[in-house]
Design a protein around this ligand. Structure first.
Ligand SMILES: Cc1cc2nc3c(=O)[nH]c(=O)nc-3n(C[C@H](O)[C@H](O)[C@H](O)COP(=O)(O)OP(=O)(O)OC[C@H]3O[C@@H](n4cnc5c(N)ncnc54)[C@H](O)[C@@H]3O)c2cc1C
Length: 508
């Protein structure tokens, strides 16, 4: 029986993004009666697929790092990612193209990296082995201490990092920004951009984010990143399957309208029903979640605490349908502008779409036949956008589409002539997943202590209310949101004294 007093505890999870799905699986495995309420018709949140005219594109995540984290959750249902999804290894992990005309393929292999960087700058190439060791040590000590366990304070994190052998690795960061840290290691503008871009993986500006985010280079460079055939929506469907196998009641097309206190528990209302729960776990941005509670309630005030802090990046996505193939593209590509600082001035400081923004391009058709008809190709392209839905008016969107095509033409001059269709996906889509202002990752982790100020699993002052998802600790990105779901579920389980030990039932 779950629940210390021998009663089954009821938990409502709001939102079937990766955080909500992971939390629901964990809680069900610990014996809770879990209802997962999802506004959309499909699970996955930001990770969906859209189709037009025989082409199909992802709506959000395309690059899957740390797949082993996902297996921890699937294992509770006796499942494994590699059995359920064809996961294509990436080589290169990502192809970076710079305004200078230089190209760098990110490989896990050190010698390949040294050779690639050597074609750009010989001194930077000589720096790579030490830099790689530095970011790997940072990730294995401070990073894992921060990500793999619930956050309980900076001092505790320092102690846990030290136990993992951090030594002086964190001291090397000082109070520098990621941009400053990149400039200490590398002299070429290309390598500084390469390192700086990892800030955008958590929706931050490299010129304001802490140097510790350099560790994301180690996560991307670990060599286990994959492309899931069918896109990340397919992975979300596998998570939903795991949740159902574990006994979770998943209700799609059921937006939660209101959550209120009900004695010691909570009452959660949709248009169709009202559910009573001992605890509620929210897989949405806290600023949006606040709107589900009554004005003046402790829950609303607590969830609203970060209003006014700088929001993380949003994104304007352009889905491109093409005749033929673009051989010069790898599966993941980044096309950098000449002036990176100007891009973040535009987006973060002026709240405008960039006049010359970085273009990210995913080209999955060579390994994912379901994305395009024979002899055709689907490209997912993305430009950083401000977390301000007013910035994506029709004229701005048309300008971004032209910019994307111009940058793609520099990769392959034949490309504009091969375009069959273009579809813009505005930041409004991101807002519709429960992300206030379309900010993908909630508050931007800016400032040297920025990452320590993420919302934590327990909502302060509102007993029985918990947060998970890309806006909470440890941060955004699919594996991090899965971690957030695990942390929130385990915190909730400890508070409710769910006493069933989850059994790992992974097939041999
Ligand atoms: C364009 C883009 C590109 C990205 N690229 C990558 C990438 O390459 N790799 C990577 O790892 N990450 C990437 N990310 C980030 C990643 O997608 C997110 O961090 C992660 O998917 C968020 O998961 P989540 O658990 O926070 O839930 P979300 O995906 O935010 O889902 C929340 C869910 O809650 C539901 N909901 C909202 N309100 C209600 C309500 N009232 N009632 C019921 N349900 C509700 C929504 O419909 C949604 O399904 C990208 C994101 C975007 C937008």
């Amino acid at each position: 029986m779950a629940g210390g007093a021998g009663v089954t505890r009821k938990v409502v999870v709001v939102g079937a993004g990766f955080g909500g799905l992971a939390a629901a699986c964990e809680l069900a495995a610990r014996g809770a009666e879990v209802t997962l309420l999802e506004r959309a018709a499909v699970p996955g949140g930001k990770a969906q697929r859209v189709a037009h005219g025989g082409f199909a594109w992802d709506t959000g995540p395309t690059l899957l790092t740390l797949p082993a984290v996902l297996d921890e959750v699937l294992g509770l249902a006796g499942m494994r990612l590699r059995d359920a999804v064809r996961a294509v290894p990436l080589s290169p992990l990502c192809r970076y193209r710079f305004a200078s005309g230089a190209t760098l393929d990110h490989h896990a292999d050190r010698d390949a990296m040294v050779a690639g960087i050597g074609a750009i700058d010989a001194r930077d190439a000589a720096q790579w082995p030490a830099f790689e060791q530095h970011v790997r040590a940072l990730w294995e000590t401070v990073g894992r201490a921060y990500v793999d366990e619930p956050f309980t304070g900076a001092l505790d994190l320092a102690a846990r990092s030290a136990r993992r052998g951090a030594g002086t690795v964190a001291m090397q960061l000082g109070l520098r920004t990621l941009g400053q840290h990149a400039a200490r290691w590398f002299r070429s503008p290309e390598m500084r951009q390469f390192v700086g871009r990892f800030a955008t993986y958590v929706g931050a500006s490299p010129f304001r984010a802490p140097a510790a985010l350099a560790m994301i280079a180690a996560v991307e460079g670990a060599g286990d990143a994959v492309y899931p055939v069918g896109g990340m929506a397919r992975v979300a469907a596998v998570f939903a399957d795991a949740a159902r196998r574990l006994g979770v009641t998943l209700r799609l097309d059921e937006p939660v309208r209101r959550i209120e206190r009900d004695g010691k528990g909570w009452r959660v209302s949709t248009d169709a029903r009202t559910a009573d729960a001992d605890a509620v776990l929210l897989d949405v941005d806290p600023l949006y979640a606040a709107t589900l509670f009554d004005d003046g309630s402790a829950a609303r005030d607590s969830l609203d605490a970060d209003r006014g802090r700088t929001r993380s990046l949003s994104a304007l996505v352009v889905h491109v349908a093409l005749r033929g193939r673009t051989e010069a593209l790898a599966l993941h590509n980044v096309l950098f502008p000449a002036n990176y600082a100007a891009e973040f001035d535009d987006v973060m400081e002026r709240g405008a779409l960039p006049s010359d923004g970085t273009v990210y391009v995913a080209a999955p058709s060579p390994v994912d036949a379901g994305t395009a008809p024979e002899g055709h190709e689907a490209l997912f392209t993305l430009v950083n956008a401000p977390a301000d839905l007013r910035a994506s008016d029709d004229a701005s969107v048309a300008r971004v589409q032209d910019h994307v095509l111009a940058r793609l033409a520099a990769v392959d001059p034949s490309l504009p002539g091969r375009v069959v269709a273009l579809h813009a996906q505005r930041p409004m889509f991101i807002a519709s997943t429960g992300s206030a202002d379309g900010a993908i990752y909630g508050v931007a982790p800016h400032g040297s202590l920025g990452t320590f100020r993420r919302p934590l699993a327990r909502v302060a002052g509102a007993r029985g209310l918990y947060l998970a998802g890309g806006c909470s600790h440890p941060g955004g990105g699919v594996p991090m949101t899965v971690r957030s779901g695990q942390h929130a579920a385990r915190t909730l389980a400890a508070d409710l004294r769910l006493d069933v030990a989850p059994a790992l039932a992974v097939p041999a």
